[in-house]
Design a binder for this molecule. Structure first.
Ligand code: A2H
Length: 254
C-alpha cells in the first residue's frame, strides 16, 4: 500500500445461483430474501460493458459480510476491515461476518454483471494471480481491455478440464468496448503482438497492462453505452456515476 490512496470502484455482482459447496457453507446463516454480491474492485468502471466472468482466487478464503440489512458482500477480511471505516457498512467500524467460503467452492456460481452485454449473468472462474492483499480479492474479467484478464480467460477455455470448469463458461463473446489507435480490442491485440502465451508470462503482462492502461485512458474512445463516441477520460467518471446512482457500485479507498 502506497502513500497515496487508490480510489477503487466496488461493483456489486449479485449471485443468481450458488454452486452446491458454497450453498452448504452459507446454509442457514443468511436471512430469507438476503441478496449476496461478489464485489470486485476495479479502476476501469467504463469497461464494465465488456465483463464476461468474475474471478476469485481458488486458494483464498472469502468472508460473507453484512453490508446493509439483507445485503451481503463476498470479499477478503482485509477489504471488509477497510470498508468498515468508509461508511459502506451500516455501522462505523463494525464488521459482521456471517459465513466463510473457499474461493474454489465459488467456481461456477452465476452472477449478474452490471452493464455487461451478457445479460443472463456470467460465471465465477479461478484466477491464480489474484493477490489477497489488494482490492477485495475479487476481479471482474474484462478481456477486451485487460491483458491479464484476456490471458487468464483464454487459458481457462483452453484447459477447461484441468480447471474443472465448463468450457462455455470461459468462451463468451468478447465485444469491442473502447477504440484506440492500435485496436478496438486492445488487450487481445497486445497479448498477440507481445507473444504472451499464458498468465505465467508475468513480465510481459505487466508491460502490456501499463500500455493498455495509458493508451485506453489517453487515446481511447467509447464504442458502446450512453457515452458512446466520448473520450474514455470523459466517460470514465460518467459511467462510474451512473453505476453508483443505480446502486450497482460504490467507491472506496485503500
Ligand atoms: B482492473 P492496481 Cl479492463 N489481484 O479492473 C490482482 N489484480 C487485481 C486485484 C487483486 N487482488 N484487485 C483488483 N485487480 C485488478 C478492470 C481492468 C483493470 C481493466 C484493465 C486494467 C485493469 C477489469 N479487470 O487493471 O494494482 C483490477 O482489474 C490494470 C491496472 O491497484 C483493477 O482494475 O493499480 C486493478 O487490478 C487494480 O490494480
Amino acid at each position: 500500500e502506497g502513500v497515496n490512496p487508490q480510489i477503487y470502484v466496488g461493483i456489486k455482482m449479485q449471485v443468481l445461483e450458488f454452486p452446491s459447496k458454497a450453498q452448504e457453507a452459507i446454509q442457514g446463516k443468511l436471512p430469507d430474501g438476503a441478496k449476496v454480491f461478489l464485489v470486485p474492485a476495479t479502476l476501469r468502471a467504463e469497461t464494465m460493458y465488456g465483463q464476461v466472468a468474475c474471478f476469485v482466487s481458488p486458494k483464498v478464503t472469502y468472508g460473507i459480510y453484512e453490508a446493509a440489512p439483507k445485503e451481503y458482500f463476498v470479499m477478503t477480511e482485509r477489504a471488509a476491515r477497510n470498508m468498515s471505516h468508509q461508511e459502506i457498512f451500516a455501522e462505523e467500524g463494525v464488521i459482521k461476518k456471517t459465513a466463510e467460503v473457499l474461493g474454489s467452492d465459488l467456481i461456477g456460481a452465476l452472477v449478474n454483471a452490471p452493464l455487461s452485454f451478457h445479460k443472463d449473468g456470467v460465471r465465477v472462474l479461478p484466477m491464480e494471480s489474484i493477490l489477497e492483499t489488494k482490492g477485495t480479492g475479487v476481479v471482474t474479467c474484462v478481456p477486451s481491455d485487460s491483458p491479464d484478464d484476456y490471458a487468464t480467460i483464454t487459458d481457462l477455455a483452453k484447459k477447461a478440464d484441468y480447471y474443472k470448469i465448463k468450457k462455455e463458461w470461459a468462451e463468451l463473446e468478447i465485444y469491442p468496448i473502447i477504440q484506440t489507435p492500435t485496436s478496438d480490442l486492445l488487450a487481445p491485440a497486445l497479448v498477440k503482438k507481445m507473444k504472451i502465451a499464458s498468465p505465467k508470462d508475468v513480465k510481459q503482462l505487466k508491460e502490456a497492462k501499463e500500455i493498455a492502461y495509458k493508451e485506453g485512458f489517453y487515446q481511447g474512445h467509447m464504442l458502446v453505452g450512453d457515452f458512446k463516441g466520448e473520450k474514455v477520460a470523459d466517460a470514465k467518471p460518467k459511467v462510474r456515476g451512473q453505476l453508483i446512482e443505480a446502486g450497482l457500485a460504490f467507491e472506496y479507498a485503500e
